[in-house]
Ligand binder design. Structure first.
Ligand SMILES: O=C(O)c1ccc[n+]([C@@H]2O[C@H](COP(=O)([O-])O)[C@@H](O)[C@H]2O)c1
Ligand SMILES: Cc1cc2nc[nH]c2cc1C
Length: 371
């Protein structure tokens, strides 16, 4: 597997190509969960000083983390949130409540440490990795990973959002950013994004892959009103009619109606699952990346946790399809990885109880009476 140091990622990519075979190679690395480690972890849970099952989903989380890490006593020390930023040509159709220049402005805010994701990541003691994968403005900062594939996507209401080459390159950026993060040591990844207009791309991807009408999935994004939402639905219908993405081909869907940060996050998810690193999904947009990754290899789903459920209606449909139960429901719709990083505390709590509690034998506590 290629191992790219993070320092070499801080330059603009030019003229390299990635093939479908390289994507398939990564997809083929994803293994089933370790059943034996999960059985041992479940037995360990039975011995801890609590009524059987009383820690509810915390027990299930610890057992699944055991299956992911391949050990009955899993641990989480180093955590990162990877935030990918990209712009969307479809904003020219008037689908967002905010102007497109907010994308680069917010990237600078992330880099200055002033956004919600920075505050929540500091609290969770998670490293923040910011990637410019396709912001439509020049950006430079010592902490920014500059991997601009293009100056934003094309307007999907007029033509395919990405070329095949741009899609593959964006997925490759996701692989490389995850590899570099993993090489420094990382036990848990949260994913987040920034991109004005990207709820339109997320709606289009999920409408295509879930074979649902766009009206059922489309929400108010950053805060458009009812009339503007109706317009967004019509733009989406036009984009899907024009591009005809193939619902059986997630790469075709990502290219025709996706976006660079969504494709990049799809790459991050695939590469994390291939390395047995658990991934916390954030809201609707990162959910659409997870939907695409799982369409490419359903085994990836076992490596995912849903941090929260977003207000965007399509997010719930994605999570139901992936059979992922969200850990939190706080009426959030911010993105950036905020819901995912908040849920890091819950995954860590599951492991603190799993690894630190005394057993009945150790504590001299009597076990359940025979029935
Ligand atoms: O995470 C979510 O579910 C979510 C829901 C609504 C909006 N957002 C964020 O808002 C931006 C996209 O909203 P919009 O209305 O411009 O499509 C983008 O930067 C996302 O991070 C995120
Ligand atoms: C201010 C602002 C912050 C964001 N963070 C993610 N999406 C966003 C959209 C806006 C408009």
């Amino acid at each position: 597997m290629s191992q790219t140091p993070i320092s070499s990622l801080r330059g603009i990519t030019r003229g390299f190509s990635m093939s479908i075979e390289q994507i398939q190679e990564r997809l083929a690395l994803v293994q089933p969960l370790d059943k034996e480690a999960m059985q041992q972890a479940a037995q360990h849970q039975q011995q801890l000083t609590k009524p059987a099952g009383s820690l509810g989903r915390l027990e299930e989380i610890a057992i699944r983390l055991a299956g992911i890490q391949g050990t009955s006593l899993p641990h989480i020390q180093q955590k990162s949130v990877i935030v990918m930023a990209g712009d969307h040509g479809v904003t020219r159709e008037g689908v967002s409540a905010y102007p497109a220049e907010v994308t680069p402005q917010m990237v600078l805010n992330f880099l200055a440490g002033g956004a919600a994701i920075n505050a929540l990541a500091r609290q969770a003691q998670a490293e923040v990795v910011i990637v410019d994968i396709g912001v439509a403005a020049p950006l430079a900062h010592p902490q920014l990973i500059s991997r601009k594939v293009a100056l934003g996507s094309a307007n999907m209401a007029e033509r395919p959002a990405l070329t095949r080459e741009q899609l593959f390159e964006a997925i490759q950026v996701g692989f490389e950013v995850l590899d570099a993060t993993a090489e420094k040591g990382c036990h848990l990844i949260a994913i987040g994004e920034m991109g004005i207009g990207n709820t339109t791309a997320a709606s289009a991807i999920s409408a295509a892959l879930l074979r649902q009408p766009v009206d059922a999935l489309t929400g108010h994004g950053t805060g458009i009103n009812t009339e503007q939402r109706q317009h967004k639905v019509r733009v989406l219908e036009r984009a899907l009619e024009l591009n005809q993405p193939d619902p059986n081909d997630a790469l075709d869907v990502l290219a025709k109606v996706g976006g660079l940060e969504i494709a990049g996050l799809t790459g991050v998810i695939i590469a994390a699952a291939a390395r047995r690193i658990p991934v916390l999904i954030d809201g609707f947009i990162s959910g659409s990346a997870a939907l695409a990754a799982c369409a490419l290899n359903p085994a990836i789903r076992n490596y995912l946790f849903a941090g929260h459920t977003s207000v965007e209606p399509g997010h719930r449909l994605i999570l139901e399809h992936l059979q992922l139960q969200p850990l939190l429901n706080l009426n959030m719709r911010l993105g950036e990885g905020t819901g995912a990083v908040l849920a890091m505390h819950i995954l860590e709590a599951a492991l603190h109880t799993h690894n630190e509690m005394a057993t009945f034998a150790q504590a001299g506590v009597s076990e359940k009476e025979e029935e």
